[in-house]
Design a protein around this ligand. Sequence first.
Ligand SMILES: [Zn+2]
Length: 365
Amino acid sequence: MAKYTIAMKVSQQIKELFKMLSPIEQQGLLSELSTVNINCSPKESNVTSCPYCHDVRFVKNGKYKGHHRYKCKACNRNFSPHTGTAFQGIKKLDKFDQYKSIMFEEGFISLERMSKRVGISIQTAFDWRHKILSTLKPEEFEFRGITEMDDVWFLYSQKGRKGLAFSRKRGGSSRKGDNDYQVKMLVTADRTQAQDLSVVRIGRIKSSDINRKVGHRMGTECTLVSDKHRSISSFAKQNEIKHVSFKATEHVADKEHHVQKVNNIASRLKSQTNHICRGVSTKYLQSYANWFQFAETYKEQGDIVAQVDKALLANHKSWDTFTNIEPLYKQFIKEQSRRTYRCPTKRHWKSQQKEAIKVEPLSYL
Ligand SMILES: [Zn+2]
């Protein structure tokens, strides 16, 4: 067998042939291809590199449990198209498909209802939800033109955590004002399709938080609109971005400059997490934001479940992130808050990779 897989050879050939076309023919072909619906069902997905070492030299190595198996020539490990993705270890793929459809076509749903409808245990319903959500992020479009920004507050919650000496797991604090019980989600959206929902900190947002999450997606042609938040102002100043601000009580600067879009996103997300899920733990807040955001971004583009599959199959770090949510949460508490990390969960997986945290530090939190 040749050095490269058949998939590599074909794409190489296509690239060579493409160069032989005239510029007009190339243009025509590109626009024709952009309308092609990519079929990404797990069985037919193309593997382009080794999920462990990313080397492109690998060969077919028979079949395992109905899927093609490959062997990497660089690191000698076997893998399948599912290795590392959210599909890893899932045996009931038909039920998993049904699960994804309900999740993205119908929106937020409780674990009890989901487990009954799909015919799986509540633990499985929980695991599948977080396998999917812990790594599902829509494409990061660049922000253009008027870009609204606001911070949304959620009460710190340790819902579901066992062994705490305090009874107040869901309620946070009754203290008013900004304090270490307020989890901050930064919501950014332009007037087209670019948006971002990121859990950034517990306590007061810093300009470095904004930089870390959305700085790379914002150019000097943006006009940032927000209330008079000191950290947002200094972020804009540091990055030489035009900033239009207004008093928090006024909500708008003028007809064009307001934050109605991000307010609308925030209130819909809040009503779903509070009413349908009856509050979510801080540990999983980013996951719920990912769920909401994914549905928002792709709802008008037809088959949303196909979009979900495409995103899941492309992410070979899903398994690592899913099995490392607890250490990532610990890291978040230590670096992005003044709270004390308590009562770690004791669940472990055989193939849990501890190095994952170093590779992808805060992509999730
Ligand atoms: Zn390898």
